[in-house]
Design a protein around this ligand. Structure first.
Ligand SMILES: [Fe+2]
Ligand SMILES: [Fe+2]
Length: 305
């Protein structure tokens, strides 16, 4: 008989599981049911850590991610209401991380609701997302970068009086712009040195991969996929993957915000992160040389104040 595989659940996530059965280990490769579907592990038990290490069955993985996403979404709304920006961001990063672990399985579909909740929360508590992008986390990852780009994009949309409906779409595009990086080897993504020509080529395939994941695997609307495909294109044709000068609005906007976020946050051994003002001066050179849209860039600068 084929051996059933079990995956360990993070302690901080146990309270989110209701419809998924949880198991505990009874021997080297044997597990027993700890709680059936339909009930939760009690809060008290979780708080006092009166439970063994818990596991889910491999076959429940996608359902488990969906259940986690539901719980995270609710928690995000509550944290926004309580003005708890740190919890909102930490939960959002957890949510995006879980979601990106299986992006080809259709798990991205829950993210529109997350962005809806953030946008609604932002209009009531604008201070929360203002603090978002500048809040730093120890380990800078694609997840944190994506959440930061989304926060900056929402800030831009609110500053520019873009409709709530459009703001939600742009926010979602921002959150997913680098989803293609989930398929780039970590050795390239986290390389402590400059990439070789071959590695660069692989790295530069992430917009095309992202476009496929969003459109074909998750059936999310055109603009979201376009943001992923075009955020590295430049108006003078020097970008990638297509080198086109004809770039959608979302592609142009995300191109600017993506660069700004990466330059201000990404600290690499061969390159230090830059200060915001220094970064804007640097990007302005790209505006002057015809790479970025001047109007969008200027609005973005104002939206940061
Ligand atoms: Fe990118
Ligand atoms: Fe990016």
């Amino acid at each position: 008989m084929e051996q059933q595989e079990y995956i360990k659940v993070r302690n901080s996530q146990i309270n989110y599981y209701r419809d998924i059965p949880l198991y505990y280990q009874t021997g080297v490769a044997s597990y027993a049911l700890y709680k059936p579907a339909g009930i939760r592990v009690s809060q008290l038990r979780i708080k006092q850590q009166r439970h063994p290490s818990l596991y889910i069955e491999q076959q429940d993985r996608i359902c488990a991610i969906q259940e986690l996403q539901k719980g995270f979404n609710q928690y995000i709304s509550e944290s926004i209401k309580n003005g708890d920006a740190v919890s909102v961001k930490a939960t959002l990063c957890d949510l995006v991380e879980e979601t990106l672990s299986e992006p080809r399985a259709g798990t991205l579909k829950v993210l529109p609701e997350t962005v809806d909740r953030l946008v609604s929360g932002y209009s009531q508590h604008p201070e929360i997302l203002k603090a978002f992008a500048s809040m730093s986390f120890k380990d800078y990852t694609t997840v944190i970068h994506s959440v930061n780009v989304m926060a900056l994009t929402l800030g831009f949309c609110f500053y520019s009086n873009i409709s709530l409906k459009e703001t939600k779409k742009l926010g979602l595009s921002a959150l997913l712009h680098d989803v293609g990086k989930t398929e780039i080897p970590l050795s390239i993504l986290k390389s402590p040195r400059r990439l070789t020509a071959e590695e660069f080529k692989i790295m530069r395939s992430h917009p095309t991969i992202g476009h496929v994941i969003i459109r074909e695997k998750n059936k999310l609307g055109g603009n979201v996929a376009l943001g992923a495909l075009e955020h590295h294109e430049k108006l003078d044709g020097s970008g990638y993957p297509r080198g086109t000068r004809n770039i959608s609005y979302v592609g142009q906007l995300l191109g600017i915000i993506d660069c700004y976020e990466a330059l201000t946050n990404e600290d690499r051994p061969y390159r230090r992160a830059k200060q915001p003002l220094e970064t804007l001066k640097f990007l302005k050179e790209d505006v002057e040389s015809g790479k970025f849209n001047r109007k969008i860039f200027e609005k973005f600068c104002y939206s940061l104040i």
